[in-house]
Every structure is written in structure tokens, then in C-alpha cells.
Design a protein around this ligand. Structure first.
Ligand code: URP
Ligand code: ZN
Ligand code: ZN
Length: 467
């Protein structure tokens, strides 16, 4: 049985037209006006609605042992939340710590997701230690279809790598043609500043931002870009939060470093005053890099609109109130992370496109097409074209609602964006041709999602250091 999406306004990263879309099996087979629907075809009336390619969240945490606890999510739950919000593919950070075996960790993450996700997914493989076994393990993981790495220049002695380990990771990544994503801060400076603040009795969540100021992120960004440049690797800065780090990334891009930039939902809409709220209310807004001074937001929006920021993810990472309270006596113990997988598309549409900060096509580009292109998923994902997977979002721009923990589908007991109005939401969401969501309700098949196997695309770079 086919599926016909009739009469919608198709919006991609570079085009807009009113057309029907016909889907056979899992892919788009025809696009045109007045398409014939054979008997038995399921028809979705998209008149008056926008039709977007399924959105891709390039940065989420679902299974995550971190800061003496576990992120509070399952693949079943997170994927349904993602789909209700219009995200049809996510890329999860596979993050064994430096005390774990990387390959064992990779298999654990795969097993957790397999058969449980309602949408498609892939992994970034975190390299949290680099020793004699690492190269062979990473080669096996890349052969298995995971064509991106992740390194942390923060979280010393847990996820964090040394500069030496960063160098070896990037050198291997360059030779394999895979891209390396990086959390860019300075682990040593953060550790020292944390100790000074705690020793001075500054224990509340409002001291989290001063313990990792903007210059610390800018330094990490500059250092990562320099290592990317010298190893001829491809790099991707995750969750860039502030103007000084943006300047560092843009400077590197402009001298030809192959560097992509992601910013995440919280940094566009929330500022450090949220983390300065008393008690657990502040703790709910602790993430790293921290929520920043509000003046950064205009620069992030502008850089996003012009494409200097390539992509928008969520860094979805839910910890509930009880878990946040682990940091009641020291801000350094508050589990870092803010959930957002359900809200990214609606909030970026409302506060970006509707408020005139973000061009509609750039919105599609940053939330779908660029993630697909950068992470070897394009044109299977990230566009609406004959032959592409039929991951589609029929978007109702007339919908009005308010974000609230009371109505969200995530299992966390709060929502960091509580009370934000939204002006639009998906009215239908398909994954490979199957309708998974109708008007905020999951109507599909749990566990239907597949792991997306990806090929290295950056061209192997073997630098001859002898000459
Ligand atoms: O605070 C955050 N961002 N938590 C998740 C781990 C990370 O750094 O991405
Ligand atoms: Zn991070
Ligand atoms: Zn993250």
C-alpha cells in the first residue's frame, strides 16, 4: 500500500513548491502536482501545511553513565519524544568512560538501541582513552558503519582526553576519512577554578558558569581547531555556546581548516540567569558548556542564519530533580545536562523562523540537511527527493501551544523550557514511509527504527611528517 502526501508546500534547504509526494515501500517514488493515488493508497491531506524533510538531531545522549548516575531515558521513550517533535533520526553519543573498554561499550550502546528505537539512529563513537588497543578497535567500529568520533576536552579522568590522545585520535580519523566531533573546553582550567570556588564556599549552581567561563571554551575551540589543522582531519565543534568560541571557530574556518560548528537549543533560548535561580530550579539548567550571558544569543542567531554555525542539535541529556539534587552541596556534583529532543524543531521554528531571526530554508538546512551531509547520511536523509527515505514532517503552522513537563512525552519530571509558547508543530511524521505520529500522538510502530550505517566521506589524509 502506498502513501500519498497531498497538496502540501514542500520546503527543503533550497527550494519551495506546492506538490504531492508519493511513497512506495520506504522511499519517495514520485513528486508532482495531482499525483494519482491507486486504490488502497493511504492519503494525508497536507493542504495549508508545510512539508519538511525529517529532522535530524546530531547530538543526543540516551544511555549515559555520567556523574555517578545514568541519564534518565530509554531508546523507546526518547525516540517517541523525538518523533512527536519532528525528529526522525538522531545521532547518539556512544560514551564509554576512559575506564571502560571502548569496543565493549560500543556493543552495549548498540544493544540498548536495537529493536527499541521508533526512529532511525546512528552513533558518534567517543574516544575517551587512546592506548595500544584503540586503533584496531576504532577501525572495527568504523567498518561497522559508525563513521564519526567524539572527543571531550573536559571531564578530566572520565571522558576527557589529553592533548596527546586528541592528536592520535585526529591522526587516525584523518587516515580513515572519518570526522571527529569535540566538546571544546579546557579540563585543567575548569578543575582548578572549581576547586578555588568551592574552597571559597561558592557551592550553588550559579557558580557553574564562572567555573567554565567563555574564554575557557574559546581556548578549547582554538586548540581543537589547531589540532584538526595540523593533522589534516575534519572536525566538528559540538554545542558551541558563546561569541568568543564562535570567533575562534570562524577564524579557523576562514583559514581553511575543515571545521564545522554545532550549537544546541538551550544556548539560543536560555541564559545563565536560569542557572542562577535558587536551589534545584537553578540545577535543572546546569549543562556544559554552561548557559551564558544573554548578549551571546544575538551572535549565535546571526551566525546560524548566515551559516557560520552549520547545525543545531539538542545535546538532549535528561536528569530528573532527584538526580540534580546530587549537587546540593557542590555545583560540581550536579549532573550536567538539559533535555530537549522533543522541543528543538518547534522552538527553533517559533523563536527563529517566526521571529525573523532564521530564514526558513536555513532552518531546514541546519536541523536536517547539514547534519545529513556532514555525517554521511545525505541524500538518503536530509532532503525530499525521489529515492530518498520517506522521512517527512507535515507541519501545522497554525498550531499554538505551550511547552510543559505536564504534557511532554519525555520521562523526565521537568522541562527546561517550561512555559515557552510554540507556534507550530508536526501534524504528521513518517519514518521510511510509515506514519509514526499524528497531531502530537504516537500512532506508529515502536522499535521500527534502524541503525544507519555510514561510510567515511572525508578522504583519507596521510600526512608525510618526514618532509
Ligand atoms: O552538559 C552536558 N552537555 N551534558 C552532556 C555531556 C556533554 O558534555 O555533552
Ligand atoms: Zn559536551
Ligand atoms: Zn553532549
Amino acid at each position: 500500500m502506498g502513501l500519498l502526501i497531498r497538496g502540501g508546500e514542500i520546503v527543503t534547504a533550497d527550494s519551495r513548491s506546492r506538490s504531492d509526494i508519493f511513497i512506495e515501500d520506504e522511499t519517495i517514488s514520485r513528486i508532482g502536482i495531482g499525483l494519482y493515488a491507486p486504490p488502497g493508497t493511504q492519503v494525508i491531506d497536507a493542504a495549508g501545511k508545510l512539508v519538511f524533510p525529517g529532522f535530524i538531531d546530531p547530538h543526543v545522549h540516551i544511555h549515559l553513565p555520567f556523574m555517578s548516575t545514568f541519564a534518565k531515558d530509554t531508546h523507546a521513550n526518547a525516540s517517541v519524544s523525538a518523533l512527536i517533535g519532528g525528529t526522525t533520526t538522531f545521532i547518539e553519543m556512544c560514551c564509554p568512560s576512559r575506564h571502560d573498554d571502548a569496543l565493549d561499550g560500543y556493543h552495549t550502546w548498540k544493544q540498548k538501541a536495537e529493536g527499541n528505537s521508533a526512529c532511525d539512529y546512528a552513533f558518534h563513537m567517543a574516544v575517551t582513552r587512546y592506548d595500544a588497543t584503540t586503533e584496531a578497535q576504532l577501525r572495527e567500529i568504523v567498518r561497522d558503519g559508525t563513521a564519526s568520533f567524539k572527543i571531550f576536552l573536559a571531564y578530566k579522568n572520565f571522558f576527557g582526553v589529553t592533548d596527546e590522545e586528541m592528536f592520535h585520535t585526529l591522526k587516525l580519523a584523518a587516515s580513515l576519512g572519518v570526522i571527529t566531533t569535540a566538546h571544546c573546553e579546557n579540563a585543567e582550567l575548569i578543575g582548578q577554578l572549581q576547586q578555588l570556588l568551592l574552597a571559597a564556599g561558592k557551592i550553588g549552581p550559579e557558580w557553574h558558569e564562572p567555573s567554565r567561563p567563555e574564554s575557557v571554551e574559546a581556548e578549547g575551540t582554538t586548540r581543537f581547531a589547531t589540532f584538526v589543522e595540523q593533522t589534516r582531519a575534519a572536525g566538528y565543534v559540538v554545542h558551541l555556546s558563546c561569541a568568543p568560541a564562535l570567533r575562534a571557530a570562524v577564524e579557523a574556518k576562514s583559514r581553511g581548516v575543515k571545521l564545522y560548528v554545532e550549537s544546541v537549543l538551550p544556548h539560543f533560548l536560555l541564559d545563565k540567569t536560569y542557572a542562577e535561580r535558587a536551589g534545584v530550579e537553578g540545577m535543572k539548567h546546569i549543562m556544559s558548556p554552561p548557559l551564558r550571558d544573554r548578549r551571546n544569543q544575538a551572535e549565535l542567531w546571526s551566525a546560524l542564519n548566515t551559516g557560520l554555525i552549520d547545525t543545531v542539535g539538542t545535546d538532549h541529556c535528561p536528569f530528573d530533580t532527584e538526580q540534580k539534587l546530587l549537587g546540593i552541596n557542590a555545583f560540581t556534583q550536579i549532573p550536567n545536562g538539559i533535555p530537549g529532543i522533543e522541543d528543538r524543531v518547534n522552538l527553533m521554528y517559533t523563536y527563529g523562523v517566526k521571529r525573523g531571526r532564521l530564514d526558513l530554508h536555513r532552518f531546514v538546512d541546519a536541523l536536517s540537511t547539514r547534519p545529513a551531509q556532514i555525517f554521511s547520511l545525505f541524500p538518503r536523509k536530509g532532503t525530499i527527493a525521489v529515492g530518498s527515505d520517506a522521512d517527512l514532517v507535515v507541519y501545522d503552522t497554525a498550531y499554538r501551544g505551550t511547552i510543559s513537563a505536564a504534557t511532554q512525552h519525555g520521562i523526565n519530571d521537568y522541562n527546561g523550557f517550561e512555559g515557552f509558547a510554540i507556534e507550530g508543530r508536526p501534524s504528521a511524521v513518517t519514518v521510511r514511509g510509515k506514519v509514526q505520529v499524528r497531531d502530537g500522538v504516537f500512532v506508529g510502530e515502536p522499535g521500527r527504527g534502524r541503525m544507519l550505517r555510514r561510510e567515511p566521506q572525508y578522504g583519507a589524509q596521510e600526512v608525510d611528517y618526514a618532509h
